[in-house]
Design a protein around this ligand. Structure first.
Ligand code: ADP
Length: 191
């Protein structure tokens, strides 16, 4: 089963993806994490990506599509994938669909994690204080939120026109959010 967690920065996609990965064996693929690994490794790609990420802008479709393509056939993805932070553009969504259909697969569920803007800013500020991400400065945070508002206006209608996109209330505590996600997954999971 392949699932997309769609939602603003700091909505808790990564936290929830890790819980669902643990419980159901679906593999979290986070393009943000993959990019941060590239940055940490000091690769050419990492150096280029860092400049873009630190500004809160999107790295190119080509780069993220390539990163996903490299991972999708690995054994840990055999039971399915939770796409976290990908796709962020319609071009990425189309590339993903093509990749999956070549493998006789599809996206089974797209979920939107909805979080109030004030709360997003609160959480981003908290995370900035706790973790040392170079893109968690106030300018980059604002830019990422603005980017989200822009790209979600393209990507969400793309998926909504193809099926139901259940909305998860991401304002709740971690367990409350997980429970809502599980409820949506139960419909599709083999019992
Ligand atoms: P957040 O959701 O908190 O913004 P992520 O870890 O998902 O953080 O992403 C961090 C940065 O990595 C983004 O601001 C962007 O520069 C880059 N990035 C991650 N995923 C994508 C993607 N699918 N397309 C383009 N850029 C991406």
């Amino acid at each position: 089963m392949n699932v997309i967690f769609f939602g603003p920065p700091a909505a808790g996609k990564g936290t929830q993806a890790k819980i669902i990965q643990e419980r159901y064996g679906l593999q979290q693929l986070s393009t943000g994490d993959m990019l941060r690994e590239e940055v940490a490794s000091g690769s050419d790609l990492g150096r280029k990506a860092k400049l873009i990420m630190d500004r809160g802008e999107l790295v190119s479709d080509e780069i993220v599509i390539e990163m996903i393509a490299k991972r999708i056939d690995s054994p840990e993805c055999a039971k399915g994938v939770i796409f976290d932070g990908f796709p962020r553009t319609v071009a990425q969504a189309e590339a993903l669909q093509e990749m999956l259909s070549k493998r006789g697969q599809a996206i089974d569920i797209v979920m939107e994690l909805d979080v109030d803007q004030d709360r997003i800013i609160e959480r981003m500020e908290k995370r900035a204080a706790e973790e040392e991400r170079s893109d968690d400065n106030i300018e980059a945070l604002k830019k990422r939120l603005q980017q989200y508002n822009d790209y979600s206006a393209q990507v969400l209608p793309h998926y909504r026109s193809r099926g139901n996109v259940p909305v998860i209330d991401g304002n709740q505590q971690v367990e409350g959010v997980t429970a809502q996600i599980e409820e949506v997954l139960q419909v599709k999971l083999p019992s």
